[in-house]
Design a protein around this ligand. Structure first.
Ligand SMILES: C[S@@+](CC[C@H](N)C(=O)[O-])C[C@H]1O[C@@H](n2cnc3c(N)ncnc32)[C@H](O)[C@@H]1O
Length: 347
């Protein structure tokens, strides 16, 4: 059985009748992230996804103390990510799919990065006063990636793991049968380009990213066997006009890195570069206009505060941005999980 709070439902003392569970749950929630990230970094799910392991084997392979092994197993069983079998412990289906290294679509890279870049209350307090990224001690994150290949590689790996599964959703939901050349602005690992090229045999994609990221993207493209139709091109989406010759421009998780004015400028540049009939695709985790959620997307505002100069978008904000630039036929498509694409056509 996984942890349930229902047993405390009616146990509010008369002196303190207001329930404290929501507060307590919010306070304790960071432990979930910490436990999952520590297990990912240690390789616990890789071990348990490969077959059932006894307690002693888990302890020996992880190199943890007896008390530590007990605590972690208890916590992760309570969270539902580890299942107890007659002959030991095994990873749940979702942990095996999304918390193991190397599995296609796994969130391993994203969760592993938490070990080094956890959104702690102290980091958040520091970021609240600043209108810029603070994650690398105030250094511009993209300049930091350009200067330090290890940082660029770790970030791109994390983005790849964020994007691989939703990319498959975009490929399934967005009809690109008539598209021939797609510019993947700030394309990162190329997760989107790879998925779209696989789904559309006549489509060529160009990942346009900073110079440090392009060779890393090429490794992902080669591993996917897509190098004949997915290439990379180093550039700067701010300093340069968007390259010409593309009928489709994709901005996946780009606008949320920047404030609204900068986002508007990036969309206007796409409009200028596209031919009539060309399309823009914005891929983001959107917040509903009535602020009804999803909570996961609303909380990403805080990550954006620490990592970027941006914020998550509401559906209407993106729609307005595209309308304002001159795009028509603007529509929102839900693609996978928390993800959506907003499309527009240049008349
Ligand atoms: C949040 S990541 C998104 C990656 C990818 N589009 C995805 O959805 O997985 C933002 C990307 O923008 C790139 N980027 C940042 N500044 C850039 C610039 N001036 N020109 C081109 N790309 C840039 C980063 O290197 C990074 O790969």
């Amino acid at each position: 059985m996984t942890g349930s709070d229902d047993r405390t439902e009616r146990l509010n003392p008369g002196r303190f009748p207001i329930d404290d569970k929501r507060v307590y749950d919010a306070y304790i929630a960071g432990r979930k992230s910490a436990a999952v990230a520590a297990a990912v970094r240690a390789g616990l799910f890789d071990l348990l996804a490969s077959g059932a392991s006894s307690f002693d084997k888990v302890q020996a392979e992880m190199g943890w103390s007896l008390r530590g092994t007990r605590s972690m197993l208890d916590a992760l069983i309570a969270l539902g990510f580890i299942e107890v079998l007659a002959d030991g412990f095994t990873a749940s289906a979702d942990a095996a799919a999304y918390l193991t290294r190397g599995a296609e679509g796994s969130l391993w890279g994203l969760v592993d990065m938490e070990v080094d870049s956890f959104l702690s209350p102290a980091a958040l307090l520091e970021a609240l006063a600043e209108d810029k990224a603070t994650v690398y001690g105030g250094e511009d994150p993209w300049a930091a990636h350009e200067a330090d290949p290890a940082k660029a590689r770790a970030f791109t790996a994390a983005m790849h793991s964020v994007s691989e599964r939703p990319a498959a959703g975009v490929a399934e939901r967005v009809d690109l049968a008539s598209a021939r050349r797609l510019l993947d602005v700030g394309g990162g690992s190329g997760a989107l380009s790879i998925a779209l090229a696989r789904a559309n045999p006549e489509l060529e994609c160009v990942i346009w990213d900073i110079p440090a990221v392009c060779p890393i993207a090429e490794e992902y493209v080669q591993a996917a066997g897509c190098e004949d139709r997915v290439t990379s091109r180093p550039g700067d989406m701010f300093a340069e006009s968007y390259p010409a010759g593309f009928d489709t421009v994709l901005l996946s998780q780009i606008l949320h890195d920047w404030n609204f004015e900068t986002g508007a400028a990036l969309v206007a540049k796409a409009f200028a570069a596209l031919p009539p009939g060309g399309r823009i695709l914005i891929h983001e985790k959107l917040v509903e206009d009535d602020d009804s959620g999803p909570l996961a997307n609303q909380l990403v505002h805080l990550d954006m505060l620490v990592w970027t100069e941006g914020q998550q978008y509401r559906v209407s904000e993106l729609t307005e941005l595209l309308d304002r630039s001159g795009f028509t036929g603007v529509e929102r498509l839900r693609t996978a999980g928390y993800w959506s694409v907003v499309l527009g056509v240049k008349p």
